[in-house]
Unconditional design. Structure first.
Length: 89
């Protein structure tokens, strides 16, 4: 099964410096357990921060920092193959 990402974008708000910060909820399915996964985020720029919220089986970790096109998630053996990532960008 291929990795699928369903984004929900929220209106950007200015931070204390007046820079607009975007926020997105990314529903992720199709991850491979016991493996590193490359997840295309589809955001207009690299995320400043990513919060991973795995499904009930848990066992997610960030393989490396997100870049301009992908989030990198390692799923442990028997871990959740679906969940959510929240991204500030």
């Amino acid at each position: 099964m291929a990795i699928a990402v369903t984004p929900t974008y929220y209106d950007p708000d200015p931070d204390i410096r007046g820079t607009f910060v975007g926020f997105a909820k990314l529903a992720i399915t199709g991850l491979t357990a016991a493996s590193g996964n490359t997840v295309p985020h589809g955001l207009p720029r690299p995320p400043r921060a990513v919060l991973l919220v795995p499904g009930a089986a848990g066992l997610w970790g960030e393989t490396q920092a997100a870049d301009g096109t992908n989030i990198y998630i390692t799923v442990g053996s028997g871990g959740a193959t679906a969940g959510t990532a929240y991204a500030l960008y």
